[in-house]
Ligand binder design. Structure first.
Ligand SMILES: [Zn+2]
Ligand SMILES: [Zn+2]
Length: 324
């Protein structure tokens, strides 16, 4: 978007647009400086000129004809540069500016995270990921923005993604009341979800490698690999996700916590007896899947051919086949 020219110093860094209705004192100062402006003509100002004029206002005591327009709400209603800059000032006043929240832009042509041009592998950013963007990166992305699949995991934003800030208009998010209301509802939903979520959740993308190792004895990558191998054989239930079921199995082996304790970690609903049953059943079904599907291919006697066993060069192969 082309920059606006500052009405006063003519540089192209204007980031405020003012009207006579809200900033009549600016018009008075402009008049004193020898500008001739119509009241229905808006003024664009760069930051330097804005602060200069604010100081001038204090120094010269130029009064605003509008009693209510004091300095602070003049700041509040000043329009920050963004796509909406051309909009009527009146319309802007209906929108709420959330400070410290950046606006991602509503372009559908670029990935909202890395700014790559849209290609066929990109998807419309799912709502959970947009909420993550807001909570983790303090950036608001409107419905419909696109992003690469690689930034997402399970519809959630990967917590360590780097937001590319180049070539981006980064005004504060200015939201219409209806949008804000929806956002508020979504965030409440997120909080509600969090209150019923497992206290230990292997669906959470921010679980670290260290967390995986500590609880399951496997690295994140190993766990992921194992999960992929058996995924098609385990079902998710309303009580627990398949991924968490696999985690429960390894937590039991690694820590020997009771099923009740594990049920508590995963925040399984119902009384302790129900919790115990859910975890114990998960444990059994995972054990069964591992025995049926994983062991024969990866650990059982048949997982190696004779020549592969010799190649392994272990004490076992040395003993049985002689040293290589
Ligand atoms: Zn200027
Ligand atoms: Zn991307």
């Amino acid at each position: 978007m082309p920059k606006k020219q500052c009405t006063r110093c003519k540089n192209w860094k204007a980031c405020r647009k003012l009207t006579a209705k809200t900033h009549d004192w600016c018009y008075s100062l402009f008049y004193l400086e020898g500008f001739s402006l119509n009241a229905d003509q808006s003024i664009c100002l760069c930051n330097r000129c804005w602060f200069y004029l604010c100081n001038e206002k204090t120094r010269t005591g130029v009064q605003s004809e509008n009693e209510n327009t004091n300095d602070s709400n003049a700041m509040d209603t000043s329009v920050h540069e963004d796509q909406d800059q051309d909009q009527d000032q009146d319309q802007d006043q209906d929108q709420l500016t959330i400070e410290n929240i950046l606006f991602s832009g509503s372009s559908h042509k670029k990935c909202v995270v890395c700014r790559d041009e849209v290609n066929t592998t990109m998807i419309t950013m799912p709502k959970p990921a947009r909420l993550d963007l807001l909570v983790l990166k303090r950036m608001y992305a409107p419905h419909g923005v696109r992003c690469c699949r690689k930034h997402l995991w399970n519809n959630r934003l990967l917590p360590d993604v780097k937001i590319n800030m180049d070539n981006r208009q980064t005004p504060m998010a200015k939201l219409e009341p209806t949008v804000l209301l929806n956002l508020f509802n979504d965030l409440l939903g997120l909080l509600q979800e969090a209150s019923t979520a497992p206290r230990l959740d292997f669906m959470d993308p921010s679980m670290s490698n260290e967390d995986y190792l500590t609880w399951t004895g496997w690295t994140k990558e190993q766990f992921e690999h194992m999960f992929m191998l058996i995924l098609s054989h385990i079902r998710s239930s309303s009580n627990r996700e398949a991924r968490n079921a696999l985690a429960m199995f390894w937590i039991k082996l690694k820590t020997n916590l009771s099923f009740r304790q594990i049920g508590s970690l995963f925040n399984i609903s119902g009384d302790y007896e129900n919790r115990r049953k859910v975890v114990s059943r998960s444990f059994d079904s995972i054990r069964q899947v591992l025995v049926d599907k994983l062991l024969p291919k990866h650990l059982g006697i048949g997982h190696l051919s004779r020549s592969e066993a010799i190649d392994h060069n272990t004490s076992f192969s040395n003993e049985f086949f002689g040293k290589k």
